[in-house]
Design a protein around this ligand. Sequence first.
Ligand code: NAP
Length: 262
Amino acid sequence: MTLAPTPASYVESLFSLEGKLAVVTGASRGIGLAIVESLASAGADIIAVSAGMPPGDGPARTAVESLGRAFTPMSADLSDRSRVAELAAELATRPVDILVNNAGMIRRTPASEHSDEDFDHVLGVNLRATFTLSREIGRGMLERRSGKIVNTASMLSFQGGINVPGYTASKSAVAGLTKALANEWADRGVNVNAVAPGYVATANTHDLRLDAERSDAILARIPAARWAEPSDIAGAVLFLCSRAADYVHGAVLPVDGGWLAR
Ligand code: NAP
């Protein structure tokens, strides 16, 4: 006879990441750091990647080790194609269960002044590295018929934005890439989804928040009447990394305080 699960064990069975190994890019700060905290709290060991990820002490290591989980830092400039290839080859040798492609950057200049260098740089970090890491780590997941990949989209996966043509191009493409991978991998045990954060108070939006006019206009348009905190995004990522999302494929999940509903 099977006993009905207690509410606690039901929730635990859906959301526990005990024994899982998660790679999180852009894990040094902002949304990535909150994701690391969330996944480690659910039981995952963490490989934390960022451009300047400290090999020694840092907030990500402190968060993970204080939760009793294993922490491995890796430093890589994801705009550098050959470094991404090296990183991907190294990660492909490990039994990665979860990949969160969170690292990203933005260059703010009007389209008429947006240089090819800026455009390529933004696309390199936000899109190309996401694809290369997904392909190389995803291959092992396909062999094991198990894995979760969460990409990082944006409101600018749905809208055009202002003064950020490279960023908008990259994030619109991340949404498309997420669906493309999901279509190929959904019946092979691998879930590919994306989270689309609204306006989050991090370094990424520092300049925007300094522009009082833009900042007030944005706030006035958010039904929740506040900017997001990184932890607002991390909970949705935990969901997409968990067994609770086993039947979720190719979704681009807005976590935006209702922005897109307006
Ligand atoms: P953030 O605070 O600026 O942090 C960016 C992270 O990405 C850092 O860990 C940084 O590493 C890493 N990174 C940047 N360039 C890199 C490179 N070339 N190579 C390797 N790592 C690099 O940004 P955030 O706001 O948390 O954003 C995280 C993700 O959410 C990004 O994809 C962003 O586009 C997306 N997003 C943010 C918002 C928002 O409102 N903040 C909204 C929608 C989407 P280092 O610290 O080592 O430099």
